[in-house]
Design a binder for this molecule. Structure first.
Ligand code: SF4
Ligand code: SF4
Length: 110
């Protein structure tokens, strides 16, 4: 079969209602967090992502899924430049989102 540069994967179902962890604190501090539609524009534009392995969309998803401690150190690499906020089509204040995630994860660190 001719390769097109990508592979098709089996269909997967993701139950947001049952697999997402509560994010009340973050939603309260940054209400626009709820508006994310996971388009990836923030990650594609990210200044940090141009230089290192840093994917804000991935951290957003992992935070929602409750896999939080493994992203605590990664989030420190954000430069808080705000470029991601400028391109977000849903008006998510991603810069504030990152700062709030850092704050919440900081309190959990040993
Ligand atoms: S650009 Fe906005 S809507 Fe798109 S994934 Fe990032 S935060 Fe979500
Ligand atoms: S604020 Fe952070 S996540 Fe957003 S573009 Fe800048 S470095 Fe990337």
């Amino acid at each position: 079969m001719k390769a097109f540069g990508f592979n098709l994967q089996k269909t997967r179902t993701y139950e947001i209602d049952t697999t997402h962890s509560p994010c009340e604190e973050l939603e309260h501090a940054v209400p626009s967090f709820r508006q994310c539609m996971f388009c990836g524009s923030c990650a594609a534009t990210c200044s940090a992502n141009s230089h290192i392995d840093f994917n804000i969309l991935r951290y957003n998803l992992l935070f929602r899924r409750g896999t939080r401690q493994e992203i605590a150190n990664d989030l420190d690499n954000c430069m808080l430049c705000g470029k991601c906020s400028l391109v977000c089509p849903r008006g998510v204040n991603t810069r504030a989102m990152i700062m709030e995630m850092r704050k919440e994860l900081q309190t959990d660190r040993p």
